[in-house]
Design a protein around this ligand. Structure first.
Ligand SMILES: [Zn+2]
Length: 481
């Protein structure tokens, strides 16, 4: 389970906590682990699996309730979110006799904690701009303690959500909209990013007005457009939008897996605005060392926060990334809808950068290249259109071409490519959970056809995706008993 990250103010790309789990169950076994649940967990622990130290054997309802209350008291300090405890019949033979209902066991029951709620004032609504231009509203709150954690931000998902409308136009919160100055009820579910549960209309200031999404977009003042059927309004600035450009750089660096010594989000923003060594596009990353060497009077190593060793390591890490597999490159380009799984499909189909680039350049509806592209299992019109537009847009194309001159792209063979990493997706709660007010839990199951494209759509812009995910919530863990 991911460690809690209650302050949605940082950068999603650099917060991928390692996933850990508590073993509490098992699948097929050649020999039974034990004759009781408790002994089986102990056995798993002895085998080296981490098991939950809060698991205890209770004798009767009084002990179970006492333990429930003890865990509830520790809830805020556990280091991971839980929504309750699970009681299980200890004797595995009895478990087998009790069996299952259609999907749930008769020998286990969840005892949930009450929701963690608090009322506070909504001070402001900030708009964050994502990599593909998605505008994500974030509630700035008067700090309030919710379940032991101080909360000062909450996700507001999108303008419909603020207006009190759900994904299908259905009323949410009884149709109450959210206004700056409102007294709002905040809750933390399993998600890291708190949400707004309710609005107290009786405390609404007389001066409060319905919230209007900014048009034009913040930062670059380009028109903010909302497509039919899309809950998300987007900045149309593309590469001229500094907010999008920075997010794309972060995506590129993250997708490149510059895991060690990679520039962090703060550094990326610093370089983006730097007058001596500006990094505006991914290509600029690869000229950083040469540009630094050409300016001996103002070298990076002499700046605060850098130093000889860290600069050497940073440049070495960048150097090592000049070689990049085709699938990773396609993903790193950050083209909308072209997520990690789609990048893998495309790389396996085209094999080389030359073939891919040529196909994308010529892919227009009606051409053989378009037919070939849309015939790939898992590639639909939305992704195909997005790819074709990226390669046809002069500014985007120039940025891609400039980047390629610095790279050696490794071909991908259809047979040898490993499956696109789903581990990264199913990791971090949203966890990966959002900009931070834009991040949500990652998830991902199934790979083919429509579902996959839907997922790609969601993952193509983490902030927007998170926005949608908020309402679905995330399953949280229970210490198992
Ligand atoms: Zn913009």
């Amino acid at each position: 389970m991911p460690p809690p990250d209650p302050a949605p103010t940082g950068c999603e790309y650099h917060r991928r906590p390692p996933l850990r789990f508590f073993a509490y169950s098992w699948g097929q076994l050649s020999a039974p682990l034990a004759t009781t649940q408790f002994a089986a967990i102990s056995h798993l622990n002895a085998l080296g699996f981490q098991t939950n130290p809060l698991t205890v054997r209770c004798d009767g309802p009084q002990e179970m309730l006492a333990h429930y209350r003890a865990i509830e008291a520790q809830r805020a300090t556990l280091g991971y979110d839980i929504d309750g405890v699970v009681y299980k019949v200890d004797d595995l033979a009895l478990q087998a006799r009790l069996g299952f209902r259609s999907s749930t066991p008769r020998w286990a029951i969840a005892h949930k904690f009450p929701a963690q709620l608090a009322w506070t004032r909504l001070e402001a609504i900030d708009i964050q701009v994502g990599r593909t231009g998605a505008l994500s509203p974030v509630a700035r709150l008067s700090p309030v303690t919710v379940g032991g954690v101080v909360v000062s931000n909450a996700t507001l998902h999108n303008e419909d959500y603020i207006a009190g409308r759900g994904a299908k136009g259905n009323p949410i919160r009884g149709g109450k909209d959210i206004r700056i100055g409102d007294w709002v009820q905040v809750y933390r579910a399993g998600d890291v990013i708190p949400k707004v549960a309710d609005v107290d209309l009786s405390k609404r200031p007389a001066s409060a007005e319905p919230y209007r999404f900014p048009r034009p977009a913040p930062e670059c003042a380009s028109p903010a457009h909302r497509e039919e059927g899309d809950a998300i309004r987007r900045c149309t600035g593309g590469l001229i939008c500094p907010a999008q450009a920075v997010e794309r750089l972060k995506h590129f660096v993250s997708a490149q897996r510059l895991r060690h010594r990679r520039p962090g989000c703060k550094q990326i923003e610093l370089f983006f605005h730097d007058s001596d060594l500006p990094v505006k596009t991914p290509a600029d990353i690869f000229t950083l060392a040469a540009r630094d060497a050409a300016n001996p009077l103002r070298q990076l190593k002499n700046r605060d926060g850098f130093g000889d060793t860290s600069v050497t390591k940073l440049f070495a890490a960048i150097e090592a990334k000049r070689q990049i597999p085709l699938d990773r490159l396609i993903f790193a380009l950050g083209i909308r809808h072209a997520g990690e799984a789609a990048a893998g499909l495309l790389a396996r189909h085209y094999g080389t950068w030359t073939a891919f680039e040529s196909a994308m350049t010529n892919a227009e509806p009606g051409t053989p290249e378009w037919q070939e592209l849309t015939a790939i299992d898992g590639v639909g019109d939305i992704l195909a259109t997005s790819l074709a537009q990226a390669f046809a847009n002069p500014a985007e194309r120039a940025a891609i071409d400039a980047l390629i001159t610095h790279l050696t792209v490794e071909p991908v063979a259809a047979a040898t490519l490993t499956a696109p990493s789903r581990a990264r997706r199913s990791s971090s709660p949203a966890p990966e959970k959002m900009t931070r007010a834009g991040q949500g839990p990652r998830r991902g199951h199934g790979r083919q056809g429509r579902r996959q494209r839907q997922r790609e759509n969601r993952s193509s812009d983490r902030r927007s995706r998170c926005g949608f995910q908020g309402e679905r919530g995330r399953k949280t863990g229970h210490p198992h008993h």
